[in-house]
Design a protein around this ligand. Structure first.
Ligand code: CP
Length: 302
């Protein structure tokens, strides 16, 4: 996978996904490395981030590499009108790898076409978040001991939630059953339902969260993404659509784990945090090991 950009989760086939998960397990057991000695990685964050940026930067440091970049585009020449094309052209002459988050869908693909070095998509608008998906898969595999034949209930903002879009496509390799739980305004977009139909992936669409909990192996909660709404009144209507509380897990399967890409607002009540079924903080930690695997693979250093 040397010099291979990761723009969409579909850039990796099943074997490549499994190889990343195997490498992530290796890096979890062996987190201090020198594989990136002499390498520079640029992290370009045109949108806010806590986990993705800091776990990528931790991963680079743990691999022995150096980081350049920014977390606020207002501090860069983009604020003076410099184009993304020019920014990528310049940065890719400084760094061996570019990690980029940008609000525009398709920006990561565009950047990969302009760049002299591989580009990792750290989230492009409501489109894709493939490194999140790989850490989600790693978390699912760790907790369920398999990726095959699982029932995954995706809850909340399925329209704008790029993490559910990428996860749905990746799980397509592993014969999942999906329950899509969303208010009418935030339903799973038709293109992803068509993907399921085309690939013979079973799914249901429901509005009642309680009706799917006892059938699920994974409950994948998501935040309603206020920043993607044009009309604040529309956001107000749906912002409290689903709130998971500890009492709702009383009939859950013992293996059920609650995942969330985070940040959360109020969609998981804090009384869930101490439940053995809550896995979202460990999930975020798994991001470091998975991103070590993604970086090492993209640079061909392992
Ligand atoms: N999961 C995720 O993308 O979190 P951040 O927005 O904090 O990076």
């Amino acid at each position: 996978m040397k010099n291979k950009s990761l723009v969409s989760i579909t850039d990796y086939n099943r074997d490549e996904i499994l190889r990343i998960l195997e490498l992530a397990a290796y890096f979890e057991a062996n987190p201090v490395q020198t594989l990136l000695q002499g390498k520079v990685v640029a992290t370009l964050f045109f949108e806010p981030s806590t986990r993705t940026r800091l776990s990528f930067e931790t991963a680079i440091n743990r691999l022995g590499g150096r980081v350049i970049g920014f977390s606020d585009a207002n501090s860069t020449s983009a604020s003076k009108g410099e184009t993304l094309k020019d920014t990528i052209r310049i940065v890719s002459s400084y760094a061996d790898l570019v990690v980029m988050r940008h609000p525009l869908e398709g920006s990561a693909k565009f950047a990969s076409e302009q760049s002299r070095v591989p580009v990792i998509n750290a989230g492009d608008g409501a489109n894709q978040h493939p490194s999140q998906t790989l850490l989600d898969l790693y978390s699912i595999q760790k907790t369920q001991k398999t990726l095959d034949n699982l029932t995954i209930s995706m809850v909340g903002d399925l329209k704008y939630g790029r993490t559910v879009h990428s996860l749905l496509m990746a799980m397509g390799h592993f014969n999942p059953t999906f329950n899509f739980i969303a208010p009418d305004e935030l339903k799973m977009p038709n293109e992803y339902k068509r993907f399921c139909t085309k690939n013979k992936i079973k799914f249901t669409e429901k509005s009642d969260l309680n009706s799917v909990i006892d059938q699920s192996d994974i409950l994948y909660m998501t935040r309603v993404q206020r920043e993607r709404f044009q009309d604040p009144i529309e956001y107000e209507k749906v912002k409290n659509a689903y709130i998971l509380r500890l009492s709702m897990l009383s009939n859950a399967r013992p293996n059920l784990r609650v995942l969330h890409p985070l940040p959360r607002v109020n969609e998981i009540n804090i009384d869930v945090d101490d439940s053995p079924m809550a896995y979202y903080f460990e999930q975020a930690e798994n991001g470091v090991y998975t991103r070590m695997a993604i970086i090492a693979s993209a640079l061909g250093v392992i």
